[in-house]
Design a protein around this ligand. Sequence first.
Ligand code: MEV
Length: 314
Amino acid sequence: MKDYRATAPGKVILFGEHAVVYHQPAIAVPVTTVQAKVDLQATGENSGLRIIAPDLGRDYRLAEAEADDALALIIRLTLARFQQVESLQATLIVTSTIPLGRGLGSGAAISTAVVRALAQFYGQQITPAAISDLVYEVEKLYHGTPSGIDNTVIAYEQPVYFIRQQPIERLPVGRAFILVVGDTGQVSPTHKAVGHVRRQWQADPQRFESLFAEAGRIAATARTIIEQGGPGATLGALMNDNQAVLAAMGVSSPELDRLIEAARQAGAWGAKLSGAGWGGNMIALVEPETAPAVSDALLKAGATGCIITEVAPS
Ligand code: MEV
């Protein structure tokens, strides 16, 4: 039987998380050193779709899935889009090297890989925009009011300058740069952190709108530097500025602060949390020669994992 295989990358937000929910610009890039992978094998049996997710210790049938099961939802949405009414006789195996729930887009990547595998299976062409729309439906189930940045950067697999509810803008990268991504080992509860920011914004709209606007200005400045391949030190300083804004929003944590400080001490140009915060991952912008020292410093400061990744010119 033929085997259909699809992958999707992780992602990091370089600038503008949280403020992006309030229509400020943000910048995100795919991280291809980690991937979600889906294998889809047709079976001769007449027993429907079996879903196996070894990393999660799960093995079940689509027909038995709970109403809020993310894998079942993306599969059903995709089958509906392809107008497949016949039940699918196959086994779908999901694996991922993207740490779960750490702000690296694991959920959106798994959903994207599922859509791509099903598209191959049915011989359908599907655009990144259509994949992104399908994945957004699942993101809503888990993250409440997501801006849509995660599904967009992962479905397009390109750096994006993203403004909520506006047409996607690809972000050309003038010169390659290196990021070290450090994992606090703690789950980043996106839903809760986004809710916390919302409540604070409601309590003090003036202060929070000025924090959002500041994050937006930083993202807009960073865009120009990235496009022009400008100096790393300037981009790093903008990361530090963005981290100060995120800390003022109350979404950093002692663990994130410790890793960010360790990266700066080890010679990074700049460092900040990436994603919703309160755990998850931080990113540091480094010179190629400094990357190993920064990675070592992060591990010594308690990071449970480190990824060194290059954002290639585009
Ligand atoms: C989560 O990866 C990024 C947030 O800005 C939420 C969102 O954009 O939906 C915190």
